[in-house]
Design a protein around this ligand. Structure first.
Ligand code: PMV
Length: 325
């Protein structure tokens, strides 16, 4: 067995179709160059030990028999459940020391849970020399996400596993990488951490109370996402920006916009962005703006002035990969 394995996994930004993708519609997601590193090391003791300083865990430890049983620290849930699922699937048992290093704050909504879930599965596969197809990594990681939080489309896992920019349908029914040359985004963080499962449940309640209205709104988002797929492939930023603004209006109607997101979005548009919208569940986290090169500085300044924090990220980033020790 190898001494230790290091995996580097990209974060993600949702471009189009959030929420609709929970209901069997497509979305478009891009991997970003802010990455998580997951280091997996075999140990003698029959234990799982986790060092994840970014979520306040130092030498968190569980017996291998107790994985996911008893009290599981919030910051350990995805990795602990991922290990359990991997061991169960391949009938394995091995003491492990796992370390995570985040290249970004878990607050931004860049998908740290998905990234560590993919990281642990890729890392274990390498450690035990088990060859897994991307789709198999996705299936194991998706089961893990559903075991932990009960909801989620899995789009963030696909971004981590495939990298680049992806057209994705719920649960991996469709995963199509898109060849996009450039994507000039500015990202603004509201300073507010959103809780995705809570926002997803809020939309579910709205849908239950307004079946037809919300149902057709989600279908509209799907139509829009399919148009955005074309405009992105054609490099038509003007059209893509227009579709971002339309998507934002629909997300607002779903009740996931906030005052803070709205003010960053309006600031970006007024400063010359082609379009701007929230990215992800809403309720906080980040907004994105598609911006002509000559307007970038102006848009960044406007976002800061409106109370946001500009986060430097490059979209279309590389997939999860092993790092040499
Ligand atoms: O909050 P984020 O960035 O994890 O995005 C959530 C996107 C949703 O469509 C609302 C949920 C999902 O799992 O697809």
């Amino acid at each position: 067995m190898k001494e230790q394995v290091k995996v580097s996994v990209p974060g993600k930004l949702m471009l189009f179709g959030e929420h609709a993708v929970v209901y069997h519609y497509p979305c478009i997601v891009t991997a970003v160059d802010q990455r998580m590193q997951i280091i997996v090391k075999p140990i003698e003791k029959k234990k799982f030990i986790l060092h994840a300083p970014e979520v306040g865990l130092e030498d968190y430890s569980k017996g291998l028999r107790d994985l996911t049983r008893g009290r599981t620290a919030k910051g350990a849930r995805f990795i602990e459940t991922g290990i359990k699922n991997f061991f169960q699937k391949f009938k394995l048992r091995q003491g492990l020391r796992v370390k995570t290093k985040a290249g970004f704050s878990a607050e931004f909504g860049f998908g740290s849970s998905a990234a560590v879930t993919v990281g642990i599965i890729v890392g274990l596969a390498r450690l035990f020399k088990i060859k897994l197809l991307k789709k198999q990594v996705f299936e194991l990681a998706y089961k893990t996400i559903l075991d932990v939080q009960g909801v989620g489309s899995g789009f963030d896992l696909a971004a981590a596993i495939w990298g680049g920019t992806i057209y994705f349908v719920t649960g991996g029914q469709k995963i199509s990488p898109m060849r996009i040359k450039s994507l000039p985004l500015v990202v603004g963080y509201t300073g507010i951490k959103a809780d995705t499962p809570t926002v997803v449940k809020k939309v579910a309640v709205l849908k239950q109370n307004n079946q037809k209205l919300v149902g057709s709104l989600l279908a509209q988002i799907s139509l829009l996402t399919n148009q955005a797929r074309k405009s992105l492939l054609q490099g038509d930023f003007r059209k893509t920006g227009e579709l971002m603004n339309l998507n934002q209006g629909m997300l607002d109607a779903l009740g996931v916009n906030t005052k803070e997101l709205a003010s960053l979005i309006f600031a970006a548009r007024e400063a010359g962005a082609w379009g701007a919208k929230l990215s992800g569940a809403g309720g906080g986290d980040c907004m994105i703006a598609l911006v002509p090169k000559e307007k970038r500085l102006k848009v960044e300044k406007a976002i800061k002035k409106a109370g946001g924090k500009v986060i430097k990220v490059e979209p279309n980033a590389e997939k999860a990969k092993l790092e040499t020790n």
